[in-house]
Design a protein around this ligand. Structure first.
Ligand code: NAD
Ligand code: LMR
Length: 327
């Protein structure tokens, strides 16, 4: 058998944590035969609740689950981590934008970046879920000089999955029949879910793309504002779908993508004219444990403007956290 994989989850007692931990332990992340040791990080006030979740993990008798350890110190929690889910942070409430969380949450990610730098395994892969996810990932990366920046990613897979679901409903097909959808930019309302290259059962979708009213006034805003719609409906931000997308992201990163590409927020290398040094969503494949941007896609004028606008927002967020001394 392979050596156990150490998976650290922050915010383990929160809503996403509650959904995520059971998916990880059930084998959905790395397969049923890969033993996983969980390392849970919480703030001191929530350690007791995390202990309750750990009791339920124990009671589930998952074949793939090894040890479960609980910490309130990031240095200990990230010791030996092969995979780190950075979930712990405050969610927004109705009426807030995710960027409104920068000052509340930004301060969490510098110390966690330092702790990862100090003790994580050499192959560590980091997914930031806590909002504003892209800029929080940038903060963490900037505090971890010894870890390649390519290991710090942010979650736009939920936006990607939302885009698949909306297109499937419009096209009257199953989500599994859709390929080549991209979410570009920031996990915010400026994100650009892009159907330009999308296929259904391998065929392009010219009739759907010709319906500009649907694409521009229905599809794009529905996907981009879905987080707020969920908050309005549930009274709390998305949790199980977020956990599911987090599993999808890290599973594909570790095991390889199975569609032509997916959407992942990674450190920009300047591809597609997106400024270097921001963590932005791109069409990506994962091969041998590394995300790679799918190059050479044609970008029309509408897409260009949307991609540029979201990248500009990420540059503004970077400037704001620089101003706050967080990077
Ligand atoms: P929640 O409030 O239910 O849980 C958050 C947990 O994090 C709490 O238990 C809290 O004690 C813990 N926490 C706070 N600071 C911490 C720290 N410094 N270290 C460790 N733990 C800490 O929130 P939730 O619904 O689980 O959401 C968590 C985050 O995920 C929010 O920021 C939310 O906006 C974000 N989110 C992102 C996406 C995405 O697509 N990227 C989707 C959904 C939610
Ligand atoms: C989401 O997209 O559901 C999350 O980012 C939560 C939020 O604040 O929208």
């Amino acid at each position: 058998a392979n050596a156990p994989v150490n998976v650290t989850v922050t915010g383990a007692a929160g809503n996403i944590g509650y959904a995520l931990l059971f998916r990880i332990a059930s084998g959905a992340l790395l397969g049923p035969d890969q033993r996983i040791n969980l390392r849970l990080l919480e703030i001191p006030q929530a350690v007791k609740a995390a202990e309750g979740t750990a009791m339920e993990l124990f009671d589930s008798a998952f074949p793939a689950l090894g040890t479960v350890d609980i910490f309130d110190d990031p240095v200990q929690a990230f010791e030996g981590a092969n995979i780190a889910f950075l979930v712990g942070s405050m969610p927004r409430k109705a009426g807030m934008e995710r960027a409104d969380l920068l000052s509340a949450n930004g301060g969490i990610f510098g110390p966690q970046g330092e702790a990862l730098n100090a003790g994580a395994a050499d192959d560590v892969k980091v997914l930031v879920v806590g909002n504003p996810a892209n800029t929080n990932a940038l903060i963490a990366a900037s505090h971890a000089p010894d870890i390649p920046a390519s290991r710090f990613t942010a979650m736009t897979r939920l936006d990607h999955n939302r885009a698949l679901a909306q297109l499937a409903a419009r096209a009257g097909c199953h989500v599994s029949e859709i390929d080549k959808v991209t979410v570009w930019g920031n996990h915010s309302t400026t994100q650009y879910p892009d159907l330009t290259h999308a296929t259904v059962n391998g065929a392009p979708i010219p009739e759907i793309l010709a319906d500009r009213t649907w694409v521009e006034e229905d599809f794009i805003p529905t996907v981009a504002k879905r987080g707020a719609a969920i908050i309005a409906a549930r009274g709390a931000s998305s949790a199980a779908s977020a956990a599911s997308a987090a599993i999808d992201h890290v599973r594909d990163w570790c095991q390889g993508t199975t569609s032509s590409w997916t959407s992942s927020s990674i450190m920009s290398d300047g591809s597609y004219g997106v400024a270097e040094g921001i963590i932005s969503s791109f069409p990506c494949t994962a091969v041998d444990g590394e995300w790679k941007i799918v190059e050479g896609l044609e970008i029309d004028d509408f897409s260009r403007a949307k991609i540029d606008a979201s990248a500009a927002e990420l540059l503004d967020e970077r400037a704001a956290v620089a101003e706050m001394g967080l990077i």
